[in-house]
Design a protein around this ligand. Structure first.
Ligand SMILES: Cc1ncc(COP(=O)(O)O)c(C=O)c1O
Length: 476
């Protein structure tokens, strides 16, 4: 650090500018060169301990040097979830505007818990929430807030369900969730105090969609046993296969049974912006609460999740607490205090990145980008079906396709093992990454192709390499 620094934790103006330019160059190089880079790597604990561990330093270091070392030491030792060949789990193909917006939100250290301290940011969040409400087709009067991600959105939505349906009294309460629900749903119910034996995992009929008949029967059985069914969680794009539950049918059942419908559209809901997605997501607008993750298919940097609630006043009813030290922030009814809409009081300015991204690119480009993701999965499916190496297990749905490597000579258990070993081989290769999951008690491979930057050649080359890996691992 130079002598011109004025305080113990400050840099000179020149140093700040130099560091800022260095960071922007690093990011622009990352965005511009990503197709030529490996998808990333997973390093061993020992290696990273040596590289990144050590004692807390008493003396300062040159920040330029420190930041220069990051690419080598840190950013090469991650899997790039924004990479066009990252097909595992649910990618986060963020856009550059959202990155810059996050830099500004951090730089101005914007507080968005109260209108008193952050009136303009609260208005931006209101605007973004209103846009998302309209996109998802919820009625006027619906509202919500931005949270860290889908897990927090599910927790927040289910906390409202518990408060409204049960008055927070869990005695005899039962929740019904698709057996394809993301793990964050069961975790949220556990955190909210619902005993595990009062979470019913409802199985699928066709295509991994929750069986409405089974759901109806289970609710009836529980009512007969004197229990209190209060909530159903349905999927609008399951993580495993992209399946969308019969939302309209389930909503009708919930209305008839006076139960809350929470829809988890964390990754799938934004597909409603496309014609095909809208058809698949019929009934999304009937949710009492809906999770969606802008850091997935709305191309934002981590972290950006969203919860929408059909009647936004219920958020306040669930979460508002007024301590004496926040008395200056209350009293004017049209001033929205997002700190009272959820768990967090101190909240970062997540809305800025979405607001700027929508305004920079326009909704039409978001539509195209989402449509492209749907198309890539279809290209993958065609490629897989054209090869004798592969069996397609579930067809491309909302940019997810699942498949298995088939090796006719091998025992079924060996073929099962092979699927996970192909993922390991991909990790070692570094060109692309898929993940595996289990469907119908069988391991399968899975692509999630929501990154619009993936080229046709990249998905084809990924499948070609995976075929080679399969053959080599099968000993062929
Ligand atoms: C359907 C679904 N719900 C919830 C989540 C959890 O979201 P997050 O990881 O943002 O907390 C995911 C993550 O992939 C998801 O796919």
């Amino acid at each position: 650090m130079s002598d011109s620094a004025v305080g113990p934790l400050e840099l000179s103006t020149d140093e700040m500018r130099a560091l800022g330019h260095q960071v922007v160059d690093l990011l622009v190089d990352h965005f511009a060169g990503i197709h030529d880079e490996p998808v990333g790597r997973k390093a061993a604990r020992q290696e990273l301990q040596e590289l990144l561990g050590g004692r807390i330093p008493e003396e300062p270091s040159d920040p330029g040097e420190l930041f220069r070392s990051l690419k080598e030491q840190l950013f090469t030792n991650i899997l790039h979830i924004d990479h066009p060949r990252f097909f595992a789990f649910v990618p986060s193909p963020n856009n550059f505007v959202s990155v810059m917006a996050d830099a500004l939100a951090a730089g101005f250290n914007v507080f968005t818990g109260t209108w008193f301290a952050g009136s303009a940011p609260a208005q931006v969040e209101l605007t973004v929430i209103e846009w998302l409400r309209q996109i998802c087709g919820l009625p006027e009067g619906a509202g919500g807030l931005l949270v860290s991600g889908g897990s927090m959105a599910n927790l927040t939505g289910l906390a409202v369900a518990r408060h409204e349906q049960l008055g927070d009294d869990l005695d005899g309460a039962v929740a019904y969730i698709s057996d394809q629900c993301h793990s964050s749903v069961a975790r949220a119910l556990r955190v909210l105090g619902l005993p595990g034996d009062r979470v019913r995992f409802v199985g699928a009929t066709d295509g991994y969609r929750m069986s409405t008949d089974a759901l109806r029967q289970q609710i009836a059985a529980d009512r007969s046993a004197g229990l209190h069914p209060f909530c159903v969680v349905a999927n609008a794009g399951s993580t495993n296969t992209g399946a969308v539950d019969r939302l309209r049918e389930i909503a009708d059942l919930c209305r008839a049974e006076d139960m809350w419908l929470h829809i988890d559209g964390a990754y799938g809901a934004p597909a409603i912006l496309t014609d095909r997605g809208r058809a698949l997501l019929d009934g999304l607008e009937l949710a009492d609460s809906l999770s969606l993750d802008p850091h997935k298919w709305l191309f934002q940097s981590l972290e950006a999740g969203c919860l929408l609630v059909r009647d936004r006043s219920l958020l306040l009813r669930t979460f508002q607490v007024m301590p004496e030290y926040l008395r200056d922030t209350h009293g004017i009814s049209d001033e929205i205090n997002f700190g009272n809409y959820g768990v967090q009081l101190t909240r970062s300015f997540r809305a800025l990145k979405l607001w700027l991204s929508f305004r920079t690119f326009g909704l039409a480009n978001f539509r195209k980008a989402i449509e492209r993701g749907i198309e890539i999965a279809e290209i993958a499916e065609r490629e897989l079906r054209a090869s004798a190496d592969w069996e397609v297990v579930t067809s491309a749905a909302l940019a997810v396709v699942t498949f298995r490597y088939i090796a006719p000579g091998l025992a079924p258990e060996d073929i099962d093992r092979l699927q996970g070993r192909i993922v390991e081989a991909m990790l070692a290769d570094g060109y692309a990454i898929a993940s595996s999951t289990v469907l119908n008690a069988r391991p399968v491979l899975r692509f999630c192709t929501i990154n619009p930057r993936t080229s046709d050649d990249e998905i084809r080359e990924t499948i070609r390499r995976m075929g080679e890996m399969g053959r080599s691992l099968a000993g062929g």
